[in-house]
Design a protein around this ligand. Structure first.
Ligand code: MN
Length: 203
């Protein structure tokens, strides 16, 4: 069974004015669709891999035959990263912060949410080129901020993604043009901390 482009859990315009409807539509229906199609096309060469969860392939790339490994890293990564990204967003609010156990974990590892926000923003704004900035949970339970290039997944480094911002220009160019810091500032209004806590608790 080919992997399918998931439906968004909200309408394309649900994240306005922070992320505009046209960007969401193109990002989901064109970019994410393309990653999905190219991932499926690669797996057609080794159809037994359709049986495995895409996340499992990214966690252990040694089980992916060499002739399609880089395509799986790029397009399997793009497929899984965007599946997560849509769920890590929610309709915006001015004062959007984590609470409960997630806030406690952030305070423990980064002193305060404000410190975490500063560090994450700096990482996302200074990452050179296309990629992602992530909040991840390590196997020992620690939280870390990392960036990855292209569509590389933290799963391939043994990390579990908790929160992510897509910093490819396709994620913001229509509204924010070259102003990545402005996009990042808006992204904080729509980060889905409930989903992040769910992922942190499961990991
Ligand atoms: Mn993207």
């Amino acid at each position: 069974m080919a992997h399918l482009l998931p439906q968004l859990p909200y309408a394309y315009d649900a994240l306005e004015p922070y992320i505009d409807a046209k960007t969401m539509e193109i990002h989901h229906s064109k970019h994410h669709q393309t990653y999905t199609d190219k991932f499926n096309a690669a797996l057609e060469k080794h159809p037994e891999l359709f049986e495995k969860a895409p996340e499992a392939l990214l966690k252990d790339l040694s089980q992916v035959p060499e002739d399609i490994r880089q395509v799986v890293i790029n397009h399997g990564g793009g497929y899984v990263n965007h599946n997560l990204f849509w769920e890590m967003l929610r309709p915006g609010q001015e004062n959007n912060t984590p609470s409960g156990a997630l806030l406690e974990a952030i305070n423990k590892h980064f002193t305060s949410f404000e410190n975490f926000k500063t560090a994450f923003t700096l990482e996302a704004s200074s990452k050179f080129g296309s990629g992602w900035t992530w909040l991840c949970k390590k196997e020992n339970g620690d939280l870390v901020i990392i960036s990855t290039s292209n569509q590389d997944s933290p799963l391939s480094q043994g990390l579990t993604p908790i929160m992510a911002i897509d910093i490819w220009e396709h994620a913001y160019y229509l509204k924010h043009q070259n102003r990545r810091p402005e996009y990042i500032e808006n992204w904080w209004k729509v980060a889905n901390w409930s989903k992040a806590e769910e992922l942190r608790a499961q990991a």
